[in-house]
Each structure stands twice: as structure tokens, then as C-alpha cells.
Design a protein around this ligand. Structure first.
Ligand SMILES: [Zn+2]
Length: 228
């Protein structure tokens, strides 16, 4: 662990919880296949793994990550400044190129491939994860449906931790933003688990709806889906 990195986390912790006792921090860079960052508090020890793609990141970006991760653990609002700094950095050309490369090497092939003819669902997921969730959502199994369903466009299945997307979206005539919106919607279900209420499978509470509005091409995407 870089001494520096440790200090960055302590400072971020103090910023969020000035008077609380400080847990023991274990922070390390980790060779994820993507820009993922994970944090876990276990027995008063904080385990943090930061994508090794961010190893060369400037201190201000690491500060932003520390703040975002700790805010998540303690359920505190994320400061927009940190949020923007992190997203800008990850979206920068250098990092995108690096990520692309690493993905080729580290990405594993699996059964029920997320790769379609046109779109790769895992890639769509990871891009959205960085753009909207600070890379914090753990990726479920991503898979194209066997049949070209029009009735069920996509579905998150918590029992099997899988997002299934109808194969009709794997087509050149489908704009990427439409598919992204479909996947983004399911990712929100992942983020806001449904409390069982009768037999309703798809519950969109006020928080869910507010977050859905953050998708930039929401109206265009909805219009496209309507004419499917
Ligand atoms: Zn839904």
C-alpha cells in the first residue's frame, strides 16, 4: 500500500466522520478486468480495492475515489465535485485506451455469451457503471435472450443475479442509446432491490424514477422503444 494512499483514505474518512473512531484501513490496487473499485467494512476493518488502472491517477482523483467509496459505506451523499472529477478522469482517452487493452487480456469467455453480433452487453454494463454508478455496481451475469422477445425487453433476475436483454436489441438498426437505456433501467433495479410487495415484479419507486431521469437520452430512447 502506498503510504500516500492510506493517508488519502484517512483524510477522506475524517471529512465524512470527524468524530467517529477510525477503522483499520487495508487499501490495495487490484487487477480487475475493468475500472472497478470495491469497499467492505468487516470486523471494524475497511477493505478497499482500487482498480490498478487507476494506479497512476493524480492525487485529486484518488481523493475523489476515497470520498465516493466511504460515502457509499456510510450512506452519505457524494459531493458532486468528487463525482465529476472521477468521471472525467475515467472517461479520459488514456484511461479508456488502457481499459480497452486490459479487457482483451483479462476478460474471460463464458457460456451464454454476453457478446451479440453487434453489441457486447458486458461492455455496455461497464460503460454505464462508470458513467452513472462510479463503477460501484458488481456486474451480474449479462446475457442475450434465446428468443427475440418483444413483450419482455429486459429483465433483472435477482435469484440468478442475471440481466437478460431481448435479442431484438442486438441489431444495427438499434441505436446504442436505446440499448443503454434498457440496461440502465435494469441496473437501477440492481441498485434498488424490490421489497416483495404482492406479486409485482417491477417496482419503480420515487428514488428509482428520479435516477432514471438522469439518463441523458431518456426521451429519445423511449420514443425509439415505442415504435419497436
Ligand atoms: Zn423496471
Amino acid at each position: 500500500m502506498r503510504a500516500n494512499l492510506h493517508e488519502i483514505f484517512l483524510t477522506a474518512y475524517r471529512g465524512l466522520r470527524p468524530r467517529a473512531p477510525v477503522p483499520e484501513f487495508r487499501v490495495e490496487f487490484y487487477p480487475f478486468a475493468n475500472v472497478n473499485n470495491t469497499i467492505r467494512l468487516r470486523d471494524s476493518r475497511m477493505h478497499v480495492r482500487i482498480s490498478d488502472l487507476l494506479e497512476g491517477a493524480p492525487e485529486s482523483v484518488l481523493e475523489a475515489i476515497a470520498h465516493i467509496l466511504l460515502a457509499k459505506v456510510y450512506r452519505q451523499p457524494i459531493e458532486p465535485g468528487h463525482s465529476t472529477r472521477f468521471r472525467r478522469y475515467v472517461a479520459s482517452k488514456d484511461i479508456r485506451a488502457k481499459t480497452h487493452l486490459v479487457r482483451q487480456v483479462r476478460g474471460r469467455k463464458r457460456l451464454g455469451s454476453p457478446r451479440g453480433f453487434i453489441y457486447d452487453l458486458e461492455q455496455i454494463f461497464e460503460d454505464l457503471n462508470v458513467r452513472f454508478f462510479h463503477g460501484l455496481l458488481a456486474r451480474p451475469q449479462m446475457t442475450w435472450s434465446q428468443i427475440r422477445s418483444r413483450r419482455s425487453l429486459a429483465h433483472y433476475d435477482p435469484a440468478h443475479n442475471t440481466i437478460v436483454v431481448s435479442r431484438i436489441f442486438d441489431h444495427v438498426r438499434v441505436p446504442q442509446y436505446a440499448l443503454e437505456y434498457i440496461v440502465y433501467h435494469e441496473m437501477l433495479h440492481l441498485k434498488h432491490p424490490v421489497k416483495l410487495r404482492g406479486s409485482r415484479r417491477c417496482v419503480h419507486g420515487p428514488e428509482f424514477q428520479a435516477e432514471e431521469k438522469l439518463f441523458p437520452q431518456l426521451e429519445k430512447a423511449k420514443a425509439f422503444l415505442k415504435q419497436l
